[in-house]
Design a protein. Structure first.
Length: 385
């Protein structure tokens, strides 16, 4: 609100004081139109004699009325201050959303490390089992080669998952504004359901129209601009000021003469070549531009809400399907392991079953991440903290 305080200063009394000292000559120089006798006596002989001259003054000026020019600018500046507060809140909401997204991404990558580790462990167990079968001659050596290749691939995927986790934690540090190491573990937390996330789109959109700080800020800017238009139009009228002052001066500081004055001043810029009219047109055009931006922003807000709401619903549905896929993949792996132990199944079948389980678990982790991220986006779209 610093600019509002600046604008308000014009409504308050303006007081100024001056003081001066001069070392000056006192020769009189006649000007055309001076009294002849005086001119004749003073033009003869200028002297290089110096005198001290002291002077000081204090004056006060108070605006009485200017047809809303100063008060209008003060109101407009105050509205812009309120708009700035809402812009700051909008930035805060965006920071929250970015931080949540970074956290959930890091959490998902941590879970993917667990999935990759379990897959590598299982492939290692399969390798030991297959190696025993090959040694006793119940399985061909190609099964052992396949098992070793599967384990090597699983270890490679584990390394990638661990590296992605470290990168995600570095991104989380950046989002938090932390300069430090990543030797910590991300908590296993997800975002709770958003209140009203299953509500109809119109209800969610209406809430966003009232709660999004960007909309409030832009509306305040429009009001401020219209107030500015009104203030500019005040320049068509006169300005009335009250003045008061005191002066003193003389050649000796202990013997100064003084005067007092009070008065009123009426100033009216009758014609400025269309300057005020041009200012009004410019301010009105700016107000129209802001109104168009507000319409576009309302459309964007509704789209944000609809997109986030649909993402939440889709992620919830996908999670249910992915969890069922994990159950089936675990059952498939169990059956494949049993078939291989009895000599019915093949190493390829066993490896495919393990890959299917790993893929299903990874998809479930990604779906849970998408759900938490979508809920965070819905909070942002609704203007909630």
């Amino acid at each position: 609100y610093a600019r509002a305080d600046q604008a308000r200063s014009g409504l308050l009394p303006q007081v100024s004081a001056t003081a001066g000292y001069q070392k000056t000559t006192a020769n009189f120089i006649a000007r055309p139109g001076a009294v002849p006798g005086t001119a004749a006596t003073t033009n003869s002989g200028s002297r290089l004699s110096f005198f001290n001259f002291f002077n000081s003054s204090i004056s006060a000026n108070q605006l009485i009325w200017d047809f809303g020019q100063t008060s209008g600018r003060y109101k407009a500046a105050k509205m812009l201050g309120e708009a700035q507060e809402n812009n700051e809140r909008s930035v805060s909401l965006q920071i929250d959303n970015t931080l949540r997204a970074a956290f959930f991404l890091a959490r998902a990558n941590r879970e993917l490390v667990v999935v990759a580790q379990e897959a590598a462990d299982n492939f290692g167990k399969h390798l030991e089992q297959i190696q025993g079968f090959v040694e006793v001659g119940t399985r061909p050596e190609i099964d052992l080669a396949q098992a070793r290749a599967d384990l090597a691939n699983a270890r490679s995927q584990l390394i990638d998952a661990q590296n992605n986790y470290l990168i995600a934690k570095a991104q989380l540090n950046q989002a938090m504004g932390v300069i430090g190491p990543t030797d910590y573990e991300v908590a296993d937390e997800s975002l709770a359901p958003v209140s009203g996330e299953e509500s109809p789109l119109d209800a969610l959109s209406n809430e966003a129209m009232k709660g999004r700080p960007e909309l409030v800020a832009l509306d305040e800017q429009i009001r401020a601009q219209l107030q500015t238009v009104s203030a500019i139009k005040g320049a068509y009228g006169p300005t009335l000021d009250a003045t008061a002052g005191a002066t003193q001066g003389g050649t000796r500081i202990d013997d100064l003469g003084w005067n007092l004055s009070v008065g009123v001043t009426l100033t009216w810029q009758i014609y400025q070549g269309g300057f005020t009219t041009a200012q009004v047109h410019e301010a009105e055009a700016t107000a129209g531009q802001l109104a168009a931006q507000l319409d576009l922003l309302r459309q964007q807000v509704r789209f944000d809400v609809e997109q986030a709401s649909l993402a939440v619903r889709a992620a919830k549905a996908v999670i249910e399907a992915d969890r069922e896929t994990v159950v089936n993949a675990r059952d498939r792996l169990r059956l494949a392991e049993g078939r291989y132990e009895t000599g019915v199944g093949s190493a390829i079948e066993l490896g495919d079953a393990q890959v299917a389980l790993t893929t299903a678990e990874a998809q479930t982790v990604q779906a849970e991440n998408r759900l938490s991220t979508a809920r965070a986006q819905l909070l942002r779209a609704l203007g909630r903290q």
